[in-house]
Design a protein around this ligand. Structure first.
Ligand SMILES: [Zn+2]
Length: 143
């Protein structure tokens, strides 16, 4: 039997880390956690590969902006189908959030919560505003 040669670009550690960090270590298709150290180690927990979001066979480029981390089962199942249809099978539509996006969201929630609390607390005078802001911030950080 003739072995099929699949041309895959070689990724160095820096490139892998960059791709891994795009989603804060989640498969971009099913959003499950992947393990940084198990890159391409088939059969291990969190084993993952770098997926061409747009398949190379469909004109997807070998550029960082076309790379996403995917767990091996997802990547193999996806084959040449589109990222959107692969995600749909997992009931997700978007890319998992990067660490930076998560931090931004948390900050926004925290500020939003403090603001709401302060407005509510204002009715009870300046001390109420402070108590309200603190409570609001706590509520904001937990939600
Ligand atoms: Zn996956």
């Amino acid at each position: 039997m003739k072995e099929q040669t699949i041309r895959r670009p070689k990724f160095d550690d820096a490139a892998k880390l960059k791709v891994y960090n795009k989603t804060d270590g989640c498969c971009h298709l099913c959003h499950k956690k992947i393990a940084k150290k198990n890159y391409s180690v088939i059969g291990t927990r969190g084993a993952w590969e770098i997926d061409h979001s747009k398949p190379a066979s469909k004109g997807g480029s070998n550029h960082m902006n076309n790379y996403q981390p995917a767990c091996i089962p997802c990547n193999r199942k996806k084959g040449n189908s589109s990222t959107q249809s692969a995600r749909r099978t997992h009931g997700v539509t978007a890319l998992p959030k990067s660490k930076q996006q998560k931090t931004e969201l948390r900050k926004r929630k925290l500020l939003g919560g403090a603001g709401t609390g302060a407005v509510v607390g204002m009715r009870f005078g300046p001390i109420g505003a402070i108590v309200g802001a603190v409570a609001g911030a706590l509520i904001g950080s937990n939600s």
